[in-house]
Design a protein around this ligand. Structure first.
Ligand SMILES: Cc1ncc(COP(=O)(O)O)c(C=O)c1O
Length: 410
């Protein structure tokens, strides 16, 4: 199992997390309450009780409303496809960690609990086992491992306009004769051929939110002996994803998974893991990270953790509580809420229903000032307005955005 207890470590200082549960840092400034759900979640992390228990104790709607109470955007926030918002529980733990850091009482080994809890919760979210999940800070670093392992002369199939962290690592292998073929998203499955070594695709396109037909892709790749690499960055957190259906997946945590920037995940089919060289292995890729901080021999974890990159600690402190919250709400509720709001917004501007939490629109030049005046946050990607709906958004958000944008759609 991937789970290690802090007490297994050679140095056994009091865990920051343990301390944080019981003792406020400064009695004159009590740390903000996390609320009953959060306390249950983190206690679950320590006792082994799953967040699922908390979920079944509430209706989906109650869990969603409780989760929404943890967010406080100043306006109408429709930019989760760029970066997600942190829940109160993440801020509580981050503030506590920063206070410890400032006071010189931070305990780095205790941060491992956040990493391991995130690994477990991400694994559960995408339907795989924690042993199959590696962690790092950026998607592109993991894609680079796959690109470097391709035989010379391989063809990689990608989607036109794909996010470049999923494309550049393959283009960078051009000197070895690796070629990249770009096709429209709707032609992806039909373009797989016997010459294709790997198809790399985002489950949801960053530029415009289109959802890939991964069933068709898996079938086409099986028929032609091609491998699949699916990027979950714009999907995990609102769209159900089953990582074990694909040979490799990569995903960043700072959008729909509500982490600070600096968390990323990689899954690899166990029988393919030996085909990848852990090019960037460091101390954290060791079977016991705190026992592999010096010297030879190479002693990597037998699990996917051998592809771990040493964690950007504070990012993971924000990530684990956020994943607890998403788990409490549940992926079915997250999905129906986000797509329901996107479709409410679409209806409000005269568009038919879609299947994505992200809506992309050609709009007039009047939109940026109109959005600013209304306090609406969106983004411009590939020359179009991109808005996204997540658990913290409401029907009022969708209606207010539609009201502002309706007359400005091209
Ligand atoms: C589909 C997709 N993949 C990856 C990323 C981020 O990549 P990286 O972690 O390499 O910065 C983004 C960011 O927008 C994205 O939309």
């Amino acid at each position: 199992m991937t789970n290690r207890d802090v007490s297994d470590l050679p140095v056994d200082p009091p865990s920051m997390l343990d301390t944080a549960q019981t003792t406020p840092l400064d009695p004159t400034q009590p740390t903000p309450s996390r609320g009953p759900q959060t306390a249950a979640g983190l206690t679950a992390a320590q006792t082994g009780r799953t967040a699922h228990t908390a979920h079944t104790a509430q209706t989906a709607q109650t869990a969603l409303q409780a989760a929404q109470a943890e967010f406080s955007p100043s306006g109408i926030y429709l930019n989760s496809a760029s970066l997600g918002l942190p829940p109160a529980r993440s801020l509580t733990d981050l503030q506590r960690a920063v206070t410890h850091w400032q006071a010189g009482t931070a305990d780095p080994p205790s941060y491992d609990r956040y990493v391991e809890r995130s690994r477990e919760l991400y694994a559960a979210l995408v339907g795989t086992a924690p042993e199959r999940v590696a962690i790092g800070s950026q998607v592109s670093a993991f894609v680079g491992l796959i690109a470097a392992a391709l035989p010379a002369g391989s063809e990689v199939l990608v989607v036109e306009g794909e996010f470049t962290s999923l494309v550049f690592p393959f283009l960078a292998q051009a000197t070895r004769g690796v070629t990249v073929r770009e096709v429209p998203l709707e032609d992806l499955a039909g373009s797989v051929s016997a010459a294709t070594a790997l198809v790399a695709v985002s489950a949801v396109q960053s530029a415009d939110g289109r959802v890939a037909d991964l069933d068709a892709l898996v079938a086409a790749c099986a028929a032609h002996g091609a491998r699949t690499l699916v990027d979950t960055t714009q999907a995990a957190g609102w769209l159900p994803v089953q990582a074990d259906r694909y040979d490799y997946t990569v995903g960043g945590g700072y959008k729909w998974l509500l982490a600070p920037r600096g968390t990323a995940y990689f899954t690899v089919r166990p029988d393919l893991a030996d085909g990848l060289i852990p090019h960037a292995a460091g101390w954290y890729a060791g079977a016991k990270p705190w026992e592999s901080i010096y010297g030879t021999p190479l002693r990597l974890s037998p699990e996917a953790r051998r592809f771990d990159l040493s964690p950007a600690w504070h990012s993971w402190i924000g990530q684990a509580p956020a994943l607890e919250l998403l788990t409490e709400v549940g992926i079915e509720t997250l999905h129906s809420h986000a797509v329901g709001l996107a479709n409410r917004f679409r209806a409000g501007i005269g568009l038919g229903a879609g299947d994505s939490a992200i809506v992309s629109l050609a709009v007039t030049e009047g939109v940026p000032p109109a959005l600013k005046a209304a306090g609406i946050a969106g983004a411009f990607r590939a020359g179009r307005l991109r808005v996204g709906f997540h658990l913290y958004n409401t029907a009022e958000d969708a209606d207010a955005a539609a009201e502002v944008i309706r007359a400005l759609v091209r």
